[in-house]
Design a protein around this ligand. Sequence first.
Ligand SMILES: [Zn+2]
Length: 350
Amino acid sequence: MDQKRFNPTMFKFAREERGLSQKDLAHELDIQQSSVCKYEAGDMIPTTESLKKMCDFFGYQKDFFFQDDLPVYSGLVFHRKRASLGAKERLRLEAEARLRVMDVLYLFRKKRIESNVIPRMNREPEEMAQALRKYWNVNDGPIDNVTKLLEDNHIAILSFPFKTAELDGFVLNLDNIICIALNNDGCFPPDRQRFTLCHELAHALLHQNVFPDKEIEKQADTFAAEFLAPQSAIENDLALPLTFERLEQLKRKWKMSMASFVVRAHNTKKIPDVVYRRIMMFMSSRGLRKHEPECGLVPEMPTLLNNLIQEFFTETQDALSRLKLSESRFKDRYPEIKIGGLSEMSVGKE
Ligand SMILES: [Zn+2]
């Protein structure tokens, strides 16, 4: 049998996922910093003892470091971030998403699941939103649960705490599988998360291999707005006057932010500049631009990935080994999944 080779990239991602420098990691593993450098550069193979320390520290099984099937992305690009997201945080999140998404890929491929979407075919963002609604049989009204709609069509949603409020989400475009990483830190209200999902979906559908700029962001927002509330359907809803009570009603109905309707009304010339500015100033002065009333909206919970994992553990003897995770890492990564008798049934062979 072929001896599998230690993969320096997996080691590097494991370190970055923890947000550690090479120096910090050397300290944690109680090895020389030069060794960490050499492992990552592929200039040296870890000793059995170092490898054991790595497994214990990172919570990955040995096989994790010896795999070379890390997925290739058609661009892992961060959108919907604030300028203040630092390079270090960005690196950490990118590594974490890359490693988490390996579970998605494994399970989706095993079940032969692919995202059910349509190609762009030169459509404008609005047209694409309308076409997708039609393709997915969504009626003209509000979308009750965007998360469920996306998951029903096999868009994978990786919902995890980003440990920063500087980024809402980002998209990982894989072969035939769209995966959206969504920040569930609790810092973003449900309407904003719904919008983020649609915004990131837009990037996957419209912007493969495109460098992010303002125009691209605008297009993704346009898609998201039209997808969540088609212009033809909200035409009457935007009729004057847009009072505070009216905006609350609209938010409850469409599960979109109050501000989004003001912007929409302005963009479609339902209200003149002066009214637009007056409403926005009023909302700012009351702190409503930062914190709108919740209007009874509750967060949507993704279930697809967790269900696939549950099923996988039921069907598979050595499920943890297949995912190359230690039990503690599994519990850490999927805190809401309860699998009975985990330690007895699935600890991998050493
Ligand atoms: Zn974006």
